[in-house]
Design a protein around this ligand. Structure first.
Ligand code: ADP
Ligand code: MG
Length: 478
């Protein structure tokens, strides 16, 4: 038969488990051992002073309720705190604390990792506010233009965007806590992180939202150590409702900062506060991270941003132009989106240079101008003309819809366009015949070879055809 204290505690745990998030339960309740029961007083053993204080601070009501449910209205809880024996060689192994009377300790408590004595929130200095200005409102550091409105949705960002939206509706209350957004550079992590923050502020004006770059956080922490006000630093962060940390990978290898962030993270998470993190790598590839911190990053949702497809890239450029009230020929836009494929920031940079060039030199924005600019932009990456681009140029030249190239149709003009696309792909790309065939209507390598021969024959015999080919070739090389 089970001992009574074990039985009572198990019943309590059952109730507690149903009332708090699973991870909180695991962190704060699984390590507890029931020790004994004495009348209506249950004694439980907790691993540290910090642990005890945490329970008292965060779960006192829940504990009280469950204990009373099991042991009657006079039911009480006592803690047995395992002391660090290196500090207390001669003292007993455990100290009992009655609930709701924190200060009645027999022994001096062991040193705590954090000072959890809550001061008046208004005394907490805000590292973002210049001292002397006596302002207590936290400035969110959010950039207005990085809104959801300006964040174009596409297949590449669907998951991260909708998770972000859900968070903004219900910060701290979704399963996406923390939300870790990751991608390589220039794909919208910072933008999306701001958008979440801005939307929270829209939905819940009373919530304290803070966006902080991780290197800023590291510097603030170093300053707080230098000025001996680490606790203020920690308290400040612990009172945030939605904490957005950008480029969390910079914390790698910084053990002290990780340690302090770990405590802030725990505090916020425990209190159903929202964390949004961004990183240039998925969690598994983050090196130099403490395992306990890394494991917490995986508690919520890790969502990546991928390279946007052509349509999304065009939409992003259109959105930007529309916002700035600028008009630009569609073919220029399309060319931009075609040429710069892996980095949205670079694409926007090219757009800005084209605009600047055209304004400075009082030239109209033309495809020619765009091509000159872009060549400068991407010259380091040795631009290879892609099969997609070749198809586009060929179709445009004959005013055919792009899809026809990949269709099954055997109409003469389309067959010819397809053969030309194959011919130019062979000439201008390093792709194999098989790859070219695959991308031009799902044909095999023999068909591509045949197409190249046909084009070469026609070049020798058909004058008009030669003009076509030369003109297309010129367009491709522009
Ligand atoms: P990261 O933080 O991943 O390096 P940023 O958030 O700084 O990338 O994005 C780079 C640029 O691309 C920003 O100007 C941003 O507004 C823009 N951008 C990225 N994704 C989108 C999108 N889906 N819609 C509109 N603009 C975007
Ligand atoms: Mg960024």
């Amino acid at each position: 038969m089970k001992k009574k204290h074990v039985e009572v505690w198990e019943k309590c745990l059952k109730v507690i488990r149903d009332n708090i998030p699973y991870q909180s339960f695991k962190t704060w309740f699984e390590p507890i051992q029931p020790v004994k029961i004495d009348g209506n007083v249950l004694t439980i053993q907790v691993p540290s002073q910090f642990f005890y204080e945490w329970l008292e601070e965060h779960y006192i009501n829940l504990l009280k309720k469950t204990i009373r449910k099991e042991l009657g209205s006079g039911g009480r809880l006592e803690y047995s705190v395992i002391m660090d024996s290196s500090y207390h060689d001669a003292s007993p192994l455990s100290v009992n604390y009655p609930t709701t009377n924190k200060k009645a300790t027999k022994n001096k408590p062991v040193s705590m990792p954090l000072d959890l004595n809550k001061g008046n929130v208004r005394d907490i200095p805000n590292p973002f506010i210049i001292p002397g200005l006596k302002k207590i409102k936290v400035e969110s550091q959010l950039v207005e233009t990085y809104s959801f409105d300006n964040f174009v949705e596409g297949e590449c960002n669907r998951l991260a965007r909708s998770a972000g939206w859900a968070i903004a509706e219900n910060p701290g209350k979704t399963a996406f806590n923390p939300l870790l957004i990751y991608s390589s550079v220039g794909l919208g992590k910072t933008h999306l992180a701001h958008a979440i923050g801005l939307q929270v502020k829209n939905n819940y004006p009373g919530k304290t939202v803070l966006y902080v770059k991780t290197d800023q956080f590291i510097n603030q922490y170093i300053d707080s150590v230098r000025n001996n006000n680490q606790n203020d630093f920690i308290h400040f962060y612990q009172m945030i409702d939605v904490l957005i940390m950008d480029d969390i990978q910079f914390i790698a290898g910084k053990e002290k900062t990780q340690d302090v962030f770990f405590h802030i993270f725990n505090h916020l998470h425990q209190n159903n506060k929202q964390l949004v993190l961004t990183s240039d790598k998925p969690p598994v590839e983050l090196k130099g991270m403490e395992p306990r911190l890394l494991s917490r990053f995986k508690w919520g949702l890790a969502a990546d941003l991928q390279v946007p497809d052509l349509e999304t890239r065009i939409a992003i450029l259109q959105n930007k132009l529309y916002k700035d009230g600028i008009e630009m020929p569609y073919d220029v836009l399309e060319y931009l989106a075609y040429s710069i494929t892996t980095n949205i920031r670079e694409m926007e940079g090219a757009l800005i240079s084209i605009l600047a060039q055209s304004t400075l030199n009082k030239k109209a924005i033309t495809l020619e101008l765009a091509k000159q600019m872009i060549d400068k932009f991407v010259k380091n990456t040795t631009r290879e003309i892609s099969i997609d681009y070749i198809q586009k140029v060929v179709c445009d030249y004959f005013s055919l819809p792009l899809e026809t190239i990949n269709s099954k149709t055997r109409k003469r003009e389309i067959v010819q366009a397809r053969q030309l696309a194959m011919f130019f792909s062979k000439k201008h790309t390093k792709s194999s015949l098989a790859t070219i065939g695959l991308h031009c209507g799902n044909k095999d390598h023999a068909t591509v070879l045949h197409a190249c021969r046909t084009v070469n024959n026609l070049l020798e015999t058909d004058k008009q055809f030669r003009v076509y080919v030369e003109e297309i070739d010129k367009k491709l090389k522009l």
